[in-house]
Write a protein that binds this ligand. Structure first.
Ligand code: GLY
Length: 417
């Protein structure tokens, strides 16, 4: 086997950092570029100053640099048609076309597919008129699950515990157009523990990844606003093999088959945001990409070659994966104020003392200094034989990081400790 592959990873967050590190472990990968990357990714890949939605420039870069395969991380790049453009130009790309990525970018499309093909999920109604939506919500029991029908960086979902909060969310999404002009989907509330089941999919073929659990609320005890995710761990003990097998067959495989039948075959990561209800696992949402922060705790458990897996998906070939039994638990350090307004540019000290994987989510370099440059800034991932050990490891290493304007949750993985 020769170490001769050149790979471009598109993205800049912690997920991309984890993808880059997984590729770096491959005996087949010679060179990794990342567009645009960040201060931490620059230690593991050559970062190039191209924005993730700059489709033409990315295609040009791939051509000029003889890239063998491009891995597309963020949803915005998928929705912008980056995979379509790369494939039309004859290049290999890991990620769905923008048509298949609608399983994430349109909540209504996802719901229609699930209803048509019998994929277990909640009932729903879609609205674009504020008065009609508000009338529907205020005549139903709480909590109200309100989703913006488009991309909103993980912040377009509100589980309103009061009618006041529900009205505010509808106002934001339909009258003030906080995320852009769009519709909302209002879903029946489902109760149970949530988990993230990411699978690499290539048409009808499904290659399951290890299970993870994300923590979406900003503060301990699942309090505060929804975020992109404040921490994650893998494996997830309450997801037994039996539940996993049901989720694989009735949710992921059925959806992959449905997308083929609809003429939009999926290639890339189909992320099932699932909930374990009394009737079994059901879908809360689908994403068309690796989850962030789940990827940072899942990919380190992959013992087989990540490049082999990605290449197999792109070429529609079979691929065996092998997973470590170790537990990984990661805690996100976020800027005060996130997911609302926050300041950037604070210096992060002490990173050189940390003896654990640190994934950079939103950082930038200023000479020798590393500065905050986003809402979610770093993810520190502890490793252990058990989730408790991984938790202790993460806590001990976070204590070495000095940046007073960062906050984090202290209860990641608590349900499984
Ligand atoms: N962690 C949730 C997401 O990636 O959307």
């Amino acid at each position: 086997m020769s170490k001769d592959k050149k790979v471009l990873v598109v993205g800049s967050g912690g997920r991309c950092h984890a993808i880059v590190k997984a590729l770096k472990r491959s005996p087949r990968v010679q060179k990794i570029f990342c567009a645009p990357g960040n201060a931490g990714i620059a230690d593991d890949a050559e970062c190039v100053e191209i924005g993730v939605e700059n489709v033409d420039e990315i295609v040009r870069f791939v051509e000029e640099n003889g890239i063998d395969l491009t891995v597309v991380g963020p949803e915005a790049a998928l929705a912008a048609g980056l995979v379509n453009a790369l494939e039309e130009a004859g290049h290999k790309a890991f990620g769905p076309t923008k048509e298949a990525a609608r399983i994430e970018s349109s909540k209504e499309f996802a719901k229609q597919i699930m209803a048509k093909y019998g994929v277990p999920t909640s009932g729903y109604e879609a609205f674009d008129d504020f008065n009609a939506a508000w009338d529907y919500v205020r005549n139903r029991p709480l909590p109200a699950v309100i989703k913006y029908d488009g991309l909103a960086a993980g912040k377009g979902v509100v589980v309103a515990m009061s009618y006041e909060e529900a009205e505010g969310a509808l106002r934001d999404m339909l009258l003030d157009s906080s995320f852009g002009k769009g519709r909302v989907v209002i879903e029946d509330f489902l109760d149970g523990p949530e988990f993230s089941f990411m699978c690499v999919v290539s048409g009808h073929k499904v290659y399951p990844l290890a299970m993870a659990q994300d923590h979406k609320r900003a503060f301990d005890g699942d309090k505060g606003p929804n975020t992109g995710g404040m921490g994650a761990y893998s494996p997830v003990p309450f997801v037994t093999d039996e539940i996993r097998d049901i989720a694989l067959k009735e949710i992921i495989q059925r959806t992959a088959d449905a997308l083929v039948a609809e003429g939009v075959p999926f290639k890339g990561v189909l992320y099932g945001g699932l909930i374990l209800t009394k009737e079994g696992p059901k879908v809360i949402e689908f994403n068309a990409r690796f989850g962030d922060p789940e990827t940072e705790v899942v990919l380190p458990r992959l013992e087989s070659d990540f490049y082999d897996l990605v290449e197999a998906a792109v070429e529609g070939l079979d691929c065996e994966t092998k997973w470590s039994d170790d537990a990984y638990l990661g805690v996100v350090l976020a800027s005060d104020g996130y997911p609302g307004a926050y300041e950037k540019g604070a210096e992060i000290k002490g990173l050189e003392n940390v003896d654990a994987e640190v994934y950079h989510m939103g950082t930038k370099r200023d000479g020798r200094k590393i500065l905050t440059a986003g809402g979610r800034v770093l993810m520190v991932v502890g490793k252990g034989r058990t989730i408790s050990e991984a938790n202790e490891a993460a806590k001990a290493e976070i204590a070495k990081i000095d940046c007073p304007s960062l906050f984090h949750r202290t209860d990641i993985g608590k349900a499984s400790l």
